[in-house]
Each structure stands twice: as structure tokens, then as C-alpha cells.
Design a protein around this ligand. Sequence first.
Ligand code: BLA
Length: 520
Amino acid sequence: APAFGQADLSNCERELIHLAGAVQPHGALLVLAGADLRVQQLSGNVARLLGVAPDALLQRPLAVLGGDVAERVAQLQQGADLREAVALQCRLGVAQRRFDGALHRLADGHLVLELEPAATALDGVELQDLAPDVLAATLSGALQRFGAAPSVGVLADAVVEVLRHLTGYDRVVVYKFDPDGHGKVIAEARHPRLESLLGHHYPASDIPQRARALYLLNRVRMLVDVDAVQAPLLPAHLPATEAPLDMSLCQLRSMSPIHLQYLRNMGVTATLTASLVREGQLWGLIACHHYSPRYLRCTLRAAADLLAEVASTRISAIENYAHAQVALMVRRLEQRLVEATSTEGDWRYALFRNPRTLLQPLDATGAALFCEGEVLTTGEAPSTPELRALLAWVQQQPPRGDEPFACASVGQANPALASLTPTASGVLAVRLSTNSPDWLIWFRKEQLQSITWAGDPAKPMVANNPLELSPRRSFAAWSEIVRGTAVPWSSSEIALARGIGVALVDIIVQVHAVRLLIAE
Ligand code: BLA
């Protein structure tokens, strides 16, 4: 993998971003070891921020900083395992200057202490702070609003409004990942003079896997100034391990130069990003952008962290509830079909009479039923000859027990079916009989047919030059990647299709049994 800072667009996916070897200059970092908290490694800005030169600190006990910092660290060390960063407040030097800090322990035992001056304003940096009573009122209002949100859409709108109020950034968006890792802006609050990014899509490659894994561990990241000169760690390697410092949990970690260039190209100067996590997976991000340097006090960062956590929990609850509703829907559908069979004699028409019942739970744009030699369709569907060709192809696919057949890019999997792309890039097919070619197939149209464009999608993109990185390029790159594909079927949608299939097979068997009885 390319060393930190050495990646280009061909290999940035594997850049070792946790080995940044430098911090952002608004804070200082110290690596400590041993009973007297001896300084093993530090950031080069300690003289400016802590008032002690690097040489006067390296290999000396933390207590040389004066104040109560060593005492505070020693206390925290006893009380907590520190596998996650813990906040602390302390005073330093003869002047007893106040600092906000964070402390965590690495697997090899080293302690990492990060310190930010609590009182001083930074030169040329906007500083967001709220009075404690305003903060408390904002938080309790937000918790109520999040808890009452009935859908992910309503929740995401509340999240961006509250976070913009809390943090004061020019733009706040909620960015949601699809099963392939591509992202979409689903909610936005912004300064009125900014152009909207709502509805825009970006390819998975904009956020490398390694960064996604890191964002599960480190849930809130702040970039104060994209152009600030970074403070390197001294010495570059830890003496005890002769290895670079693992900065995964460091709040002050310098960000990847590739990502910084991306932000500069967008005109963004400062960011705050919080992870939205569902069942151990990165579900999305809350991303805040500012167009000049911006610093958020650690209490406000903690508040943003808390709100992201609450929003994550609420997302799980909403999505789990939706899944439970879907199971209920299958049961109701089954009931309705049984009734329709006894009153109208044919379940098939009952199934297709109300397209919403069949399409909505699977977020499908069309469906077709092949049964006893007939074809019924609903929603947007390919022509009958196309459907027959599709069925022939689906039947050639190797059977997977009773798992439905799911494909998000039929035209790519079988170029002979390319004409289906606009209406049926995606198919999800369940077999209804083992001895006759009876199938129910759902369709999804190509996702490019229903999106918002940023810039001209047909304009060619210059490849492999970080200076060209931008959301518009990303958006175009995303469109190229997903051309000819539908939004992929999720595992819960596939499970739901299977459930509907099982219910239909039951009904078909019952109908046959009744017919046999009548015939006797
Ligand atoms: C990180 N890229 C990111 C992050 C976002 C984006 C949100 C996370 C930053 C954080 O959590 O602090 C992408 N940001 C966007 C997008 C928008 C936005 C799409 O505002 C749209 C509005 N980036 C690329 C390419 C590469 C790349 C091609 O576009 C290389 C393959 C790399 N992105 C990259 C890296 C990081 C990143 C290395 C990690 C940054 C870090 O945490 O150090």
C-alpha cells in the first residue's frame, strides 16, 4: 500500500491514512509510556501551543509541563481502559492555562494525549461556541425531534437542521450509502447563497474502504483548515517499536492529501464529519462544510457525536420497523389472495389489480407473472417478446435452492437482453413451481433514469489528476459506473421476494387441490 501522502488516484484506495505522522496545528499530541508518563513522541508544534520546546520534553516525564496535566492523566489511567478516547480538562504551566484534552491507549500500551487550548481564539479561524443553556435546550429539542421522526427522510431533515444550528457550518448534508457503497445526498441544510447538492450521487471510490473502516472506530472528524501547515510527529517512529504511530483514534490526525485536494477543488476549507452506523456497518455520514477555517469546541464536537449516535439508533429502529411492516404486508397479501381466489376464482388478477401492493414493498418499477403459459404485467415492463427472452435466460441460471434470482444489470450480464435496460436493468425472480415454468419477476429500471444531474454527464473527464477531483467529476464517474444498472436488490428485499414466492406457492397448491376435489 502507498505510504501516507504518496498515494495518487490509481492507488489511493489503499493509502495508509492512519499512519499520517502529523497533526493539524490547532492541537498538540504527546505519546507517553511508563509509570512517570515519559514523553516518547510529540508533535512539532509543542513550543507554540504548550510553551515548551520539543527537546525539553522528549524523554522527560509529562510533569515537566507543570499544572495538573500529569495528575489528570494518571487519574484517568486508573479509572478507564482507554481503548476509546476519553475527554479531560487540565491546566498547564505557571500561567495555569486551560486545555481540553483527549486520552486513549494503544494496543501496545502507549498512551496518546491530545491537547487543545481551551480559551484562546485561533488566528483567522471562526470558532463556534454556544452558551451551556442554549446547548442544553438545542440537545433536548433535537432528541425529541429525532425520536418522533417516522421515516428516514424526516429524520435526515431534522438532523441537518439541528446540526447546522448547533455547529454553524455553511452546509450540512446527510450522505447515505447504497449496498454497493455509492453515496447519495438525502438531506441538506445550507447557507442560502450556496448551490444545492441534494439528490446528488457519488461513487464508492470517493471514500476508500480503509477510511470507511476507520470511521467506524473514530466517529467524529474535524478538519479546521484545509490549507493549514501540518505539525509532523518527532521522532517519526516510536523508539520502543520503531514503527509509525497508529493515529486511528487521534482527533488531531492530519487528513489524506488526496482528500484535502478534493475539498480545495470544491472550495471547501473546513469540515466536520460524523459517522452514521447501523448494525456495525457504516450506513452514511453527516458531513458539514465551511468555506473558511472553522473550529468547533470539544463540547460541541461531543454534542455532534451524541446526536449522530442518537440518529443512528433511530435509523435502525425506523428500518427495523419497516422490515416488520413488510412481513405483515406479505401476510395480508396472502390473505387477500386466498379471499380473491374463493370470490373471483383466480388469484392472479387479485395480485395484479393493485400494482402498489406488489411493487412498493420491493421498491420495484414493474413486475410480470408467468403462469400456465400466460404473462401478466404491472407497472413499467418490457414487451412480451422481451419478457419471453428474459424468462428463457432466467431459467438457464443455475438454481440456488429456493433463493430468488437477483441481478442488477441484466443487459451487462447478457448483452442479448440489452434492450431491457431502460425498464428492467434489475430483475428479481422467484420460481412458483418446480414442474412448470411459472415465475414472478420484479423489475427495476436503470438508476440513471431517475436522478438529479450535476453538470453535463456527457462531458469527458480527465483521468488520474487529483487537481481534477471534484463532486462533479465524482458524479460523472458514478454515472459511468452505474450506467446500465439498477439500484442493487438488498438482502432484505431478496428475503421479502422469497416470502412472497412461498406464499404464492401455498396458494397455488391450495387452488390445485380444490380443483382436483371438484374434478373427482
Ligand atoms: C474521505 N471523501 C472522504 C470523506 C468524504 C469524501 C465525505 C470523509 C471525510 C471525513 O470523514 O472527514 C467524499 N465529500 C465527499 C463527497 C462529497 C464530499 C463525495 O463533500 C460530496 C459533496 N477521494 C476521491 C478519490 C480518492 C479519494 C478518487 O474522490 C482516492 C481513491 C480518497 N477520500 C479519499 C481519502 C479519504 C477520503 C483517502 C480519507 C480522508 C481521511 O480521513 O484522511
